[in-house]
Design a protein around this ligand. Structure first.
Ligand SMILES: [Zn+2]
Ligand SMILES: [Zn+2]
Ligand SMILES: [Zn+2]
Length: 258
């Protein structure tokens, strides 16, 4: 399917605790550089007619206000960890202004978590003022929202299957530390890839900085941005200068056209 030009906005680029982290006085958390202030990881994907957010973080309300989002057509979820779900309640503002349920796309394990952790939203007896959600299941096949087609890609976050998404020539991979070959093949040919790169030290369920660089090079993607960054990675400016030219750390409010 034809993919229109897409505008990608980084709504958040931090790991689950955000940067600065509560009560931390490390150099990164004390930095006055705006690029060292990272809300939890999420992107906004927009064509001229369609707006989609990937994940509703605990910072979702702040992110929607900061990016001045006036219309949202759908939410698509990567996986059920709290830093990717917690902001769901605030889609109620879009219900109010758009006068329709919010389309929410998720795989089985994320749908189970949504029903468990937001029981009141899915209850038989609803009270006024809560979100109105229309659930759609993400299968192993491409799907379309408005004029944007989306290819789900399954990656591994230790033992948890996580969905990455390809929108035309743009691919977003958060929360992963391993990708099987057949899924890597779905990323190949992208012009731009976003990959999680938590920190330099080894981690159980996230790519390190070096592992993320190796993935970009293995797949021969010409341009890459790293996200889901921990305060432990260090200062944005310092780390960015160490990276090869075609790879940069993403930062909150960064916009790219793909
Ligand atoms: Zn996460
Ligand atoms: Zn810190
Ligand atoms: Zn996670």
């Amino acid at each position: 399917m034809f993919t229109p030009p897409l505008k990608i906005t980084f709504l958040g680029t931090g790991t689950s605790s955000g940067v600065p982290m509560i009560a931390c006085d490390c150099g990164t958390c004390c930095s006055t550089d705006e690029k060292d202030k990272r809300l939890r990881s999420s992107i906004l994907v927009e064509s001229d007619t369609t707006s989609i957010v990937v994940d509703t973080t605990p910072d979702f309300r702040t992110q929607m206000l900061r990016a001045k989002v006036k219309k949202l057509d759908a939410v698509i979820y990567t996986h059920p960890h709290k830093d990717h779900l917690a902001g769901l309640d605030d889609v109620k503002a879009f219900n109010y202004f758009q006068q329709q349920p919010m389309k929410v796309y998720a795989n089985d394990i994320t749908q189970e978590a949504l029903k468990r952790e937001f029981g009141y939203v899915f209850s038989e007896k609803k009270y006024p003022g809560i979100p109105d959600i229309q659930l759609h299941k993400i299968e192993d096949t491409p799907f379309v929202i408005g004029d944007i087609s989306i290819v789900p890609i399954q990656v591994w976050h230790l033992h948890m299957p996580v969905l990455a998404f390809r929108f035309g020539a743009f691919t977003y991979v958060t929360d992963a530390n391993r990708i099987e070959q057949k899924e890597k093949d779905k990323i190949k040919g992208s012009d731009v890839v976003v990959v999680n790169a938590l920190r330099k030290e080894k981690h159980l369920s996230h790519f390190t900085l070096d592992e993320a660089i190796n993935l970009v090079d293995e797949l021969s993607i010409p341009k890459a941005y790293f996200t889901h960054i921990s305060h432990q990675l260090g200062l944005h400016k310092t780390i960015n200068e160490e990276l090869p030219g075609h790879i940069q750390l993403a930062y909150d409010t960064l916009v790219i056209i793909s």
